[in-house]
Design a protein around this ligand. Structure first.
Ligand SMILES: Cc1cc2nc3c(=O)[nH]c(=O)nc-3n(C[C@H](O)[C@H](O)[C@H](O)COP(=O)(O)O)c2cc1C
Length: 350
């Protein structure tokens, strides 16, 4: 059980915020396979405040998409707080503050990970969000373990971490990499252990290098964090949630997803993507998602190759007919092994 203020979830493995991926389609496909709390993609506060049809479409949620956390990025406390209130109005169950994004353009605009260098502005943002949300929803923070490896950066981290809890946030998610590190090198589990050691009863979630159900249980066990975010490990693998759930409940690990199950997940992902983004864009979106689903297929390299050529919904359907025929003769499906590819530099943020 994971308690984030007034929100309680049974599964402490959260579908991470993933720009370009954790849209309604990814979230709903994951929920149908065991995910519970899911995070939407980060949105810029000023876009949330631009009233209109486009904004409403961007923030729209279905009844089958709860509990959901909305995440905001910005640089100016008042604007950030007003955007947080909009997320509450739009039905988000939790408001998360992004102090971690390492993208150069974001840092240049003093947003995301940049705020780890300015604790007083970061805490003004937290305060503004808490004031505007006014206790109607839990407010949480996501941060990297620092801007860089300096002692000053670590001091700033703890100033923001302790300060945010003192102000009243329900939890902090810590990604065990620095902003400077981006995605190069491992996420630091020792740092997560140190943070949770200091935090005591305050709720800390860990993020970084969670690619299997065993990683979920190991990180929680080794560091003491109350839960984790599953990020790159969930792209193209919604089945990881049912696996994590089974492992944490002490139940036998489900078999790897059969070809029929993989096909069903891809069909749902395509249909939900067409519903959300329109049929014109769904094919190209399924291209990048399908490339990751291919990791589960026993003929990974061939299937990955055909997904690279996908452009339209009809292309996706042709791949499903040819490569995901449940009646076909396929080699046995094995558990997805992504760690080797991560070590080789694949799966970096796009
Ligand atoms: C493509 C991509 C997009 C991401 N978008 C977000 C985001 O919108 N908000 C956020 O807090 N983190 C974002 N992250 C960071 C992840 O949520 C997570 O903290 C990070 O990937 C570390 O976990 P992992 O090593 O298990 O992937 C993103 C990561 C990737 C790879």
């Amino acid at each position: 059980m994971l308690r984030l203020g007034s929100l309680e979830v049974a599964l402490p493995a959260v579908q991470a915020a993933l720009s370009g991926y954790s849209d309604r389609a990814m979230r709903v496909v994951a929920r149908r396979r065991g995910a519970e709390l899911c995070m939407a993609e980060v949105v810029l506060d000023k876009l949330v405040l631009l009233k209109g049809r486009l904004r409403d479409r961007m923030l729209a949620l279905g009844p089958d998409d709860h509990p959901i956390g909305g995440q905001l990025m910005g640089a100016e406390p008042d604007q950030f707080g007003r955007a947080a209130a909009e997320l509450v109005e739009h039905g988000y169950d939790l408001v998360d503050i992004n102090f971690g994004c390492p993208v150069r353009k974001v840092l240049g605009r003093c947003r995301g990970g940049y705020l780890l260098t300015t604790p007083s502005v970061a805490l003004d943002i937290v305060k503004s969000v808490l004031d505007r949300v006014g206790g109607r929803r839990p407010v949480t923070v996501k941060m990297r373990r620092g801007f860089d490896d300096s002692a000053e950066s670590e001091r700033n981290f703890f100033e923001i971490f302790d300060g945010a809890f003192d102000l009243g946030v329900a939890s902090v998610t810590v990604h065990g990499r620095t902003v400077e590190q981006r995605y190069v090198g491992p996420s630091n589990r020792d740092f997560l252990k140190k943070v949770k050691g200091r935090a005591g009863d305050r709720v800390v979630l860990g993020s970084g290098d969670i690619f299997s159900p065993e990683n979920v249980a190991d990180v929680m066990g080794e560091t003491g964090v109350d839960g984790v975010w599953i990020a790159r490990g969930a792209i193209g693998n919604p089945f990881i949630f049912r696996e994590a759930r089974a492992l944490l409940e002490g139940a036998p690990l489900p078999l790897p997803p059969s070809i029929a199950e993989q096909r069903r997940a891809l069909e749902e992902h395509l249909a939900l993507t067409a519903e959300t983004h329109g049929a014109d864009r769904a094919g190209i979106i399924l291209r990048k998602v399908g490339i990751r689903y291919a990791d589960l297929h026993p003929l990974r390299d061939e299937v990955r190759g055909v997904f690279i050529g996908v452009r339209t919904c009809a292309d996706v359907e042709a791949v499903l007919q040819r490569w995901y025929d449940p009646a076909g003769e396929w080699p046995p499906v094995e558990r997805r092994k992504v760690m080797d590819r991560v070590a080789a530099g694949a799966l970096l943020e796009e």
